[in-house]
Write a new protein. Sequence first.
Length: 315
Amino acid sequence: MAEVATPLIERLVVVGLGLIGGSFAKGARASGLCREVVGIDRDPETRRLAVELGVVDRCVAELAEACPGADVIQLAVPILAMERVLAELAALPLQGAILTDVGSAKGNVVRAARQAFAGQSLRFVPGHPIAGSERSGVTAANAALFNRHKVILTPLEETLPADLDKVDRLWRAIGADVEHMTVEHHDQVLAATSHLPHLLAFNLVDSLAKRSENREIFHYAAGGFRDFTRIAGSDPTMWHDIFIANREAVLQALDTYRADLDELRGAIQAGDGQFLMEVLTHARGAREYFGRILASRTQAGAQVAAHHSLTEGHS
Ligand SMILES: NC(=O)c1ccc[n+]([C@@H]2O[C@H](COP(=O)([O-])OP(=O)(O)OC[C@H]3O[C@@H](n4cnc5c(N)ncnc54)[C@H](O)[C@@H]3O)[C@@H](O)[C@H]2O)c1
Ligand SMILES: O=C(O)C(=O)C[C@]1(C(=O)O)C=C[C@@H](O)C=C1
C-alpha cells in the first residue's frame, strides 16, 4: 500500500474541475495530505464524472455549500471567470481560508482579487503550474500531470509566509518543483515562453487554413506543420482569456518577435546567407539545450515513479 501522509489540511476545495483543477484535486487526494477534497463545477456532467473518476471525494455546484470552513480554496476556472468567482467568495464567511489559483497570467487575477476583497483580509497565494496540454475537461485529469514540472507561486506583499508554505507543500506533495517570483516577472516571462508561441501557432494555422487555395497544404503537410496544429488545437476560451488578461506583456513580446521576423525576412530578400545560417544555427543550439533539460526531467520523473512502485511493492 502507498505510504499515507498525515493530513496537512482538513478540507481542500477546487473550483473548476477541468484539466488543471481536476489533475490537482486528484493528485492532492492521492497524496493523503488532505482529509477531504471537494470539487465545485458549474457543469453537472463534470460534477458527476469528477466523483465517478475519483478526482474528488464529493462535488457540489455552489461555492456557498463547500467554501465556508475550507482550509484552502483553489480557483481553476478560465482566467476571465475568476473575477466573478472571487466576487462571490468575498461575500461568503470564509473564516480565514487560504485562496490560491492556477491562472496562466497573474496580474489580472491579482487585481481582481484585491478589488473583490477590498476592505477585507485577503489570504491569497497566486500560482501557475507550467504543465498542461491541448486537452481540457475533467476526463483529461491526471494525478501525475505536475510530476517534475515547475509551479510558479507569485506571493504578494500581504501573503502570509505560513500560507505560502502550505500551498508550496501541497504542490510539492504531488511532485511539482516549486519556484517563487513576482507577479510582473511571471507575466513577462510567460508572455515570451508560452503565450507568444501559442499566439503564433493559432495565427499560422488560421492564416493558412482560411485561404482556400491553401487547403491542399493539409494533404501534403507532415511533422513540422502537425506540431504547429497540435498547439493550435488548444482551448480557444482559455487562450482568449490569456491574451486579453496578459495583453501588455503579450504585445511587448510580439513586438520584439516582429522585429526579429522582419530582420529575417530582410536577410532572405537580400540573400544574406550568413545571417540566415547564424539564426538557424543559434535556434538549433537552443533546441538542443532545451532537449537536454527535458531529457533530465523525464529521467528524474522515471526515477520518482520507479521509487514509488518499489515502496508500494514493499509495504
Ligand atoms: N490547460 C493548460 O495547459 C493550463 C496550464 C496551466 C494553467 N492553466 C490555467 O488553468 C485554468 C483552467 O484551465 P483548464 O485547462 O483546466 O480548463 P478546463 O476547460 O479543462 O476546465 C475549466 C473548468 O472550469 C469549469 N468552470 C468554468 N467556469 C466556472 C465557474 N464560474 N464556476 C465553476 N466552474 C467553472 C468548467 O466547467 C470546467 O470544468 C485556467 O485559468 C488556465 O489559464 C491551464
Ligand atoms: O503542454 C502544453 O501543451 C502547454 O501548452 C502547456 C502550457 C505551456 O507550456 O505553454 C500552456 C499554458 C499554461 O499556462 C502552462 C503550460
